[in-house]
Design a protein around this ligand. Structure first.
Ligand SMILES: Cc1ncc(COP(=O)(O)O)c(C=O)c1O
Length: 400
């Protein structure tokens, strides 16, 4: 973990840039080039280990984004990838070998679940999935060949909060690498390295990029691990395109103010929904009713921009609510300035069995909102109108 020089609002805008630079462009230029010219062959040899050799290895625009990310997460170094999934897969393949074992939480992102449960076994790496908040189960799952403990916090779509300090402690005790998917938290709300986590991963597609116009991934953390992952990224060819890195950098400049607004709006929406007669339950870390609220307050500066809630009705009602909203666009993904709505059983969790979904708390009535940075009163008014379509279940029961 590295120490922090400035506050997060300042870091968001200025991190990664060389503050002593003079007579240069204010915005980071896009090095839209696949290769770099050298003066002679000695120079060529020196360039091989820099970001001015060949863009699959590295690129100066990407380097600025990587430095900014490492600074925001208070870690040694960072890497950008062509997607969040390529960040996860390249990291796992860089650090694991046949015969190794992984402990992962049950609630992790569906794509990661698929990779750990059906791709890695083909390469001789097994994963045990454990109850997300039962830490004794995590410890019991550890074997002599366990190498990695993989978690996600807060989780999608039920917003469980994972005790990162405990996970880091378990990893240290058993000599494991700890890795967290911190996409929902962002470094503005939680910096996992401060709790002792070795590697932090993000789907940069979400809050880092922030405008719903980019797919990218991020891994950052300990230098020795980042060096190994860098080599894998080069071999697999999943570095980010420099034009995308420019857009990512542009997003990072407003990350702090956007996330603060997401936090405020989402808490307001969560409080509104938790009082609504047609809502059965609301999942949001900073709500009084959240089972891990105390942990969330201790570990997070804000509850984030995603919540989920169950309508007091049927799955059909939930679908009708989602379709009747106008400011919440019916679309997968999250973390952008525009508010979005999805039904997890139809999107992110469609491939998971009904029984497994039930265990995770993902019901047919569950709706997930990614709350944007619009005016909270407008968003609440939209939800009020949308929820009017829920059938009055109880009254019907009385009439019949
Ligand atoms: C929590 C989380 N992790 C990882 C991913 C994968 O990221 P990407 O879609 O950028 O590959 C997603 C995508 O939705 C996600 O929500």
């Amino acid at each position: 973990m590295t120490s922090r020089k400035h506050h997060f609002e300042t870091q968001s805008v200025r991190a990664g840039s060389d503050l002593s630079k003079k007579n240069g462009p204010l915005a980071t230029p896009i090095y839209q080039t696949s290769t770099f010219e050298v003066t002679d062959n000695d120079e060529q040899l020196r360039a091989t280990h820099t970001d001015r050799f060949y863009t699959r290895y590295g690129n100066p625009t990407n380097t600025v984004a990587e430095k900014a990310i490492a600074e925001l997460e208070s870690v040694d170094a960072g890497l950008v990838f062509s997607s969040g999934m390529s960040a996860i897969t390249a990291t796992a393949l860089a650090l694991l070998k046949a015969g190794d074992h992984v402990v992962a939480q049950r609630d992790i992102y569906g794509g990661a679940t698929k990779f750990f449960s059906s791709v890695l076994p083909r390469f001789g790496v097994e994963t045990t999935f454990v109850n997300t908040i039962d830490y004794d189960q995590h410890t019991r799952a550890i074997r002599p060949n366990t190498k990695l403990i993989y978690v996600e916090s807060p989780t999608n779509p039920t917003l469980r909060v994972v005790d990162l300090h405990r996970i880091a402690g378990i990893a240290r005790k058993h000599n494991l690498i700890s890795m967290v998917d911190s996409t929902f938290a962002t470094p503005i709300n939680t910096r996992p390295a401060e709790f002792g986590i070795d590697l932090v991963m993000h789907s940069g597609t979400k809050y880092f990029a922030g405008h719903g116009d980019l797919i990218c991934g991020i891994v950052c953390g300990r230098q020795d691990l980042i060096d190994q992952i860098h080599e894998a990224r080069t071999t697999f060819g999943c570095n980010m395109d420099p034009h995308g890195a420019f857009l990512l950098l542009r997003g990072i400049k407003t990350l702090a103010v956007r996330v603060q607004r997401h936090n405020q709006n989402t808490l307001r929406v969560a409080e509104f929904l938790s009082q609504h007669p047609k809502v059965r339950a609301v999942n949001y870390p900073f709500l009084n009713s959240h089972p891990q609220r105390a942990l969330a307050i201790q570990q997070m500066h804000g509850g984030g921009g995603v919540l989920s809630f169950e309508v007091d009705g049927t799955g059909e009602d939930a679908r009708r609510v989602a379709e009747s909203l106008s400011l919440f666009t019916l679309a997968p993904s999250l973390g952008g300035v525009d508010s979005l709505v999805t039904i997890p059983v139809l999107t992110s969790h469609a491939m998971i069995s009904a029984e497994h979904r039930q265990k995770m708390g993902v019901t047919d009535q569950l709706i997930r909102l990614s709350v944007g940075i619009e005016n909270a009163d407008d968003l609440i008014a939209d939800l009020e109108r949308g929820l009017a379509v829920v059938s009055p279940v109880r009254e019907h029961a009385h009439v019949s």
